[in-house]
Ligand binder design. Structure first.
Ligand SMILES: NC(=O)c1ccc[n+]([C@@H]2O[C@H](COP(=O)([O-])OP(=O)(O)OC[C@H]3O[C@@H](n4cnc5c(N)ncnc54)[C@H](O)[C@@H]3O)[C@@H](O)[C@H]2O)c1
Ligand SMILES: O=C[C@H](O)CS(=O)(=O)O
Length: 463
């Protein structure tokens, strides 16, 4: 078993840094420390927790450029997106620093003059988090911020591909005054560390962002100790473009959604469903925009589409594209690759596929890459049936200026996040999360701190 993780640059395949894997003993010690420090941290008053969180946010912002460069080096995303992700990450800290001060209880009118009932909330305990490589800063703070704000302690294992960003954030938390046994980072291979987290008597909650298969495993393994679980899992977002849509705006928003992080986000549009009457105009205008996108190393300021994270991701994308073409899809642009297995870099050029049918893998499996499959519909209920016909329920988008069509789609689409004339719905003040096999729980908004709290009530008698 290797003793270290080799962090490589997905744009070049070059080694950035070797990170030592924590041993099983070290990880169990970290969990024990997190459990023990919960006794003190949970008693720190909410305003002090809020102050420390705001200090952390300021420290991150002071180091924005170095964090963004680290993120681009290890994840491949364009530097402008990395800078944006640092802001997105601190927006969660800022939001939950304030929410810490609003953990209200309530009183309930008793059914007797001699009784009083009070409801209060308290932190669940030590939280163990596992995060993905595609947003190594924001996916960590989207969990750590509400956890710490609620009074929980926190141990995070970042993805093997991108540990450096998370390690930097944790260092800055210590500089901000957050105690080193309250917030900890451990490094290791997911399949090895996951069972340590789920089996530990010290861990009261597992929070995970990543693929649905891993999420299911963590839920299953958490059952023996009845841990709280929060799951932010896979997606397969449909984008319905109605016959009355503003086509130019819909094209702009399709590009904004699809090519963020080279299409490696859980809420990227994965399936375009366009009304047959405007399909040709939409496809032509979309292809013109896609053709202009610049593919390259994320450190170059004008790069818009970077590499995909690794060979496994690359092979899945190529397989989906080849399958679609074999089954009759038309390539309007792309189906071009710059890849070198020996060097270890994998670029997928933005690709537009037309005449896509539901029997193609790309319409059934999540696509974590810069590929847009376009299919058409006649009636809106046909589009809704296709959109909902997936085990996933994370994000969906629709473009229409008809308020009845929009209201109907809002009510009929089974997804936790809906963008109506909006391809970029994510925000720290909104409850992000999915239905069905896209997850359990919400992150962000006022709802996002609830998973870190237990509710209790006190009934006072004999008054
Ligand atoms: N819903 C969301 O907010 C969200 C955000 C980002 C990514 N995702 C999903 O994540 C997937 C892509 O990311 P990925 O390839 O890194 O996912 P992944 O599930 O392979 O890895 C995510 C994390 O899980 C760990 N892991 C892997 N196997 C594990 C196991 N057996 N036990 C415990 N931990 C394990 C990894 O080390 C990593 O830290 C996509 O499906 C995407 O939709 C969802
Ligand atoms: O990849 C999944 C992320 O949660 C998407 S977002 O950064 O929250 O929009």
């Amino acid at each position: 078993m290797t003793k270290s993780i080799k962090v490589k640059n997905p744009a070049t395949g070059q080694l950035i840094q070797e990170v030592r894997k924590n041993t099983e003993e070290e990880i169990n010690q970290a969990l024990k420390r997190g459990h023990e420090s919960f006794q003190s941290w949970s008693k720190v008053n909410a305003h002090e927790r809020a102050r420390l969180l705001k200090n952390w946010s300021l420290k991150i912002q002071e180091n924005k450029e170095v964090i963004a460069e680290t993120m681009t080096l290890e994840s491949g995303k364009p530097i402008q997106e990395s800078l944006g992700e640092v802001d997105y990450a601190t927006s969660y800290i800022d939001w939950y620093a304030e929410e810490a001060k609003r953990l209200y209880g309530r009183t309930i009118p008793a059914a007797s003059e001699t009784k009083r009932i009070m409801v209060s909330r308290q932190p669940v305990g030590l939280v163990a988090a596992i995060t993905p490589w595609n947003f190594p800063a924001a996916m960590m703070t989207r969990k750590a911020a509400p956890a710490l704000a609620a009074g929980c302690t926190f141990v995070v294992k970042p993805a093997e591909e991108t540990p450096l960003t998370t390690m930097k954030l944790v260092e800055l938390a210590y500089e901000a005054g957050i105690p080193s046994d309250v917030l900890q980072c451990v490094n290791g291979i997911g399949s090895e560390v996951g069972s340590l987290f789920t089996d530990s008597e010290f861990v009261r909650k597992i929070t995970f962002t990543g693929s649905t298969p891993v999420g299911k495993l963590l839920i299953k393994n958490s059952a023996d100790t009845v841990k709280h679980v929060s799951m932010e899992l896979g997606g397969h977002a449909p984008m319905i473009i109605a016959e009355d849509a503003d086509i130019d705006f819909a094209v702009e928003q399709t590009v904004a959604s699809k090519f963020r992080n080279a299409g490696q986000t859980c809420i990227c549009v994965n399936r375009v469903l366009v009304h047959e009457s405007i399909a040709e105009e939409y496809a032509e205008k979309l292809t013109e925009k896609v053709r202009a996108l610049k593919v390259g190393n994320g450190l170059e300021k004008d790069t818009q589409v970077g590499p995909v994270i690794n060979e496994k991701g690359f092979e899945k994308i190529v397989s989906q594209v080849n399958d679609a073409i074999e089954k009759g899809a038309e390539v309007l642009h792309g189906n071009e690759y710059d890849a070198n297995r020996d060097e270890g870099y994998f670029f997928v050029h933005p690709t537009v596929l037309n005449n896509v049918d539901s029997d193609m893998k790309i319409m059934q499996e999540e696509t974590f890459g810069p590929i847009i499959p376009i299919s058409t519909f006649k009636e809106i209920d046909e589009a809704i049936a296709i959109a909902n016909g997936t085990p996933y329920g994370l994000a969906a988008y629709f473009f229409t200026n008809n308020y009845k069509t929009g209201t109907y789609l809002h009510e009929q689409l089974d997804f936790g996040i809906l963008g109506w004339n909006d391809g970029a719905p994510s925000a720290a003040h909104a409850p992000f999360g999915g239905m069905k096999e896209s997850g359990l729980g919400r992150e962000g908004g006022s709802e996002g701190i609830d998973p870190y709290l237990e509710t209790k009530y006190l009934s006072i008698g004999n008054l």
